[in-house]
Design a protein around this ligand. Structure first.
Ligand code: DQA
Length: 149
């Protein structure tokens, strides 16, 4: 069974109460439960982690190698700043889907730049918490295509 790490970055522990007009009213616990349930339906084991610390996120990405076959990452504001996260993702060579609840391209210009996008399989943004489910489906398809080769 393929295993997927769902990694959430800074301030995403506050989902549900944090600017609900931007990020919705779904809590992180609800997002994580729904990832586990949808993952199971897709035949994917799901492990969820959240940290507000850049180094902890980098450690989690390093530790995913050999344990998980794919990563779903919402790096929060580190998306727009972190060369270190980009380097960590490039180093482990695991397929990664970048997720954002909001449409970062329709917001302030500083959110348009992503250091994650160049090292990601693809980016999903603007669909709220459903983006994580879309990301699981994208990874499922990626794994299936890999097996077919
Ligand atoms: C976010 C978008 C980022 O710009 C912001 O800093 C976040 C959340 C999103 O999910 O829409 O913390 O990643």
């Amino acid at each position: 069974m393929n295993s997927v790490l769902v990694l959430n970055g800074p301030n995403l522990n506050l989902l549900g109460t944090r600017q609900p007009e931007v990020y919705g009213s779904t809590t992180l616990a609800m997002v994580e439960q729904s990832c586990a349930a949808h993952g199971a339906a897709l035949g994917l084991d799901v492990l969820c982690l959240q940290s507000n610390h850049e180094g902890a996120l980098i450690d989690a990405i390093h530790q995913a190698k050999g344990v998980h076959q794919g990563i779903i990452l919402n790096a929060g504001a580190y998306t727009h700043t972190s060369v270190a996260l980009m380097d960590a993702i490039a180093s482990v060579e695991l397929p990664l889907v970048e997720v954002h609840l909001s449409n970062i391209h329709a917001r302030e210009p500083f959110r348009h730049k992503s250091y994650i996008a160049p090292v990601a399989l693809g980016q999903i943004c603007g669909f709220g918490a459903h983006g994580y489910i879309l990301a699981l489906e994208a990874l499922r398809k990626h794994f299936d295509e890999g097996k077919a080769k």
